[in-house]
Design a protein around this ligand. Structure first.
Ligand code: ADP
Length: 594
């Protein structure tokens, strides 16, 4: 080989090795760039992971937490769309509640509804292994999804699909993280692992956020309960002050009238007047006490109604009669409108007329003199609406929701309340509820009058029976020998005096054992016994009287306890009748006259 040939050969070899070197260098720099890119990608992911971990660990606001998780996981996976769906299953078993979204407007999801419990979605919401598909449109599970068997119209263009369950340590599935991309093969095993990691972190954070929210709502509940308690306490204190005031009010005229009646210089007219004052004031006090007892029975659920077929007009008439003095005293005009056709109710006549007279009396109280009060009854469907409308002082919108609460009185109306305890409306609402009805109030505001409306179901069958008539007044009682026993000496003596005025022969005892001895000595026709007495109580005295063979004596219990259980106990002990204190003399007199 010539030198020239030799040289050419070496040059070619050099060129080849140069080219190889260049190719190697190019390859190396490509690999370097790839490594560099992978490194960068890795550090970006680490950074996202780190930031996500930090921010979700400290995030106690559930909404924000879910948004952070969805955003971070979408960035990590390189997905185009990401969503967190809450695990909320409806009765059909297939609705998941969309919570947060990343990379797509909400409408894009809402347009085609939430994922249904199909073969693709359900495993995620059951907490099973992640679902990853390089091309979901080619997936057999996807094709079986009715009704579209593929992508519904308007669906986001999803080919690559990845979903992981967000599951607490105790196994509760909070929801699922779902990711999509319009290109195929975008999610590899590493992406899946990343998502699983984020889902676990998110589950922990959701657990914490929920605990925090539960604690917060418990604190808020407790604060609300304390506030309510303080309010009830304040109203109770106000009520006690009002009660003391209301009970003391009638005492002054009673005491003065009693002194007038005692005075030797008082004329017969003055004495009669003072007696009327005492009767009126005592009646007022009894009404207050009756209301108090009723409200306590309603709150304890022990008030019982005596329902009967009744005609609405009878109830209205009784109510108007009771409220008439209050209406007339302020020269109000009252109009009553009844339905054309008689309306039958299955109701407690006394209780319903008590409600209506209470509403009418309130209308009279809270309306300036010469006002207009309307009572309008309308029967609509199976219901009757009874409205009491006045053109009085009205009720402000902020006071309106509270007027049915016990002991509530509107400050601005207090000077007109004219001896109310603030329980009338609470009692009325309770009584109407016991009749399966409702009582509502309306007012356009202060100075614009008020309207109270009672809605009651009407009776579908049966005709109204004639209303219970008051017992006829006794006409000339036959005299009896009566034993009165009460440890309250004044009560015993005044009752004895009244009975003696009716011509009866009366003996007194102030405790149970004396009553029993006296009974054996005088053998009365009638014994009126207090229940709470020292020594033997009234029940025991009655039992012994019956036990000693006195079957014909009329035994009457007089007690402050008037519930059905008390009456039943009195009957068991041998009593024939039961009266609640204070005994209405006319009622007792009517009984003795029979
Ligand atoms: P009372 O009349 O004894 O205060 P109620 O329970 O009957 O108690 O009524 C509660 C409060 O509702 C009253 O104190 C009054 O402020 C208000 N109220 C009731 N009826 C009317 C009405 N017709 N017009 C204006 N305010 C009313």
């Amino acid at each position: 080989m010539s030198d020239e040939e030799d040289h050419e050969q070496s040059a070619a070899a050099l060129a080849a090795s140069n080219a190889e070197l260049r190719a190697t260098l190019a390859r190396m720099s490509e690999e370097h760039a790839r490594d560099q890119a992978a490194l960068l990608e890795q550090s970006r992911m680490l950074q996202i992971l780190n930031q996500t971990g930090q921010s979700i660990a400290s995030q106690l606001d559930l909404d924000r937490l879910l948004q952070t998780v969805t955003d971070a996981a979408t960035a990590l996976t390189g997905a185009r769309f990401g969503a967190f769906f809450y695990n909320h299953v409806n009765e059909q078993g297939d609705v998941y509640l969309l919570y947060t979204l990343s990379g797509a407007p909400r409408e894009a999801f809402e347009k085609f509804g939430y994922p249904r419990a199909t073969a693709v979605f359900a495993p995620t919401f059951r907490g099973e292994a992640p679902v990853r598909s390089a091309d979901i449109t080619q997936d057999s599970r996807y094709g079986s999804m009715g009704p579209h068997h593929g992508m519904p119209p308007g669906h986001l263009p999803v080919r690559s699909y990845l979903a992981a369950a967000v599951k607490s340590r105790t196994g509760e599935v909070f929801g699922g993280l779902l990711f999509g991309h319009p290109d195929t093969g975008r999610f590899d095993e590493r992406t899946e692992q990343l998502v699983v990691g984020v889902a676990a972190q998110a589950a922990n954070a959701i657990d914490n956020a929920r605990l925090y929210q539960a604690a917060q709502s418990q604190i808020a509940n407790r604060e609300r309960a304390e506030l309510r308690l303080r309010d009830t306490d304040r109203r109770k204190d106000e009520f006690l002050a009002t009660l003391a005031h209301e009970l003391r009010n009638p005492l002054a005229p009673i005491r003065q009238a009693a002194m007038i009646s005692q005075s030797s210089s008082a004329t017969p007219e003055q004495k009669t007047w003072s007696h009327e004052v005492i009767t009126r004031q005592v009646q007022h006090m009894s009404l207050l006490l009756d209301d108090l007892l009723d409200i306590s029975r309603i709150t304890r659920g022990t008030l019982e109604l005596r329902k009967q077929h009744t005609e609405l007009s009878v109830i209205v008439e009784a109510a108007v009669e009771t409220a008439r003095p209050a209406i007339d005293a302020k020269r109000h005009r009252l109009s009553v409108e009844l339905p054309q056709v008689p309306v039958q109710l299955e109701a407690d006549l006394l209780r319903l007329s008590q409600v209506l007279s209470n509403l009418l009396t309130n209308a009279a109280k809270y309306t300036d003199p010469e006002g207009q009060i309307r009572l309008v009854c309308e029967a609509i469907g199976g219901e009757v609406a009874i409205r009491v409308i006045d053109n009085g002082i009205g009720i402000s919108p902020d006071a309106l929701p509270n007027i049915f609460q016990m002991f509530s009185q509107v400050k601005t109306a207090q000077d007109r309340s004219d001896g109310g305890l603030g329980i009338g409306l609470a009692l009325s609402r309770g009584l109407i509820a016991l009749h399966s009805g409702r009582l509502e109030a309306r007012s356009a505001g202060l100075g614009h009058g008020s309207e109270f409306c009672v809605h009651l179901p009407t009776s579908v069958n049966g005709t109204a029976e004639p209303a219970a008539q008051p017992a006829p007044a006794p006409t000339g009682n036959q005299p009896h020998r009566i034993l009165v026993a009460d440890d309250n000496v004044d009560a015993a003596e005044s009752l004895a005096m009244l009975l003696r005025l009716d011509g009866h022969e009366v003996e007194l005892a102030t405790n149970g054992s004396d009553a029993l001895q006296l009974f054996e000595r005088i053998r009365p026709d009638i014994a009126i016994l207090d229940i709470g007495m020292p020594g033997l109580n009234g029940y025991e005295v009655a039992q012994r009287i019956r036990g000693n063979g006195h079957k014909d004596t009329l035994l009457i219990a007089v007690t402050g306890w008037g519930q059905d259980a008390d009456k039943a106990r009195a009957a068991e002990s041998g009593f024939d009748h039961h009266f609640t204190k204070p005994v209405e003399p006319a009622a007792l007199s009517a009984l003795l006259g029979r």
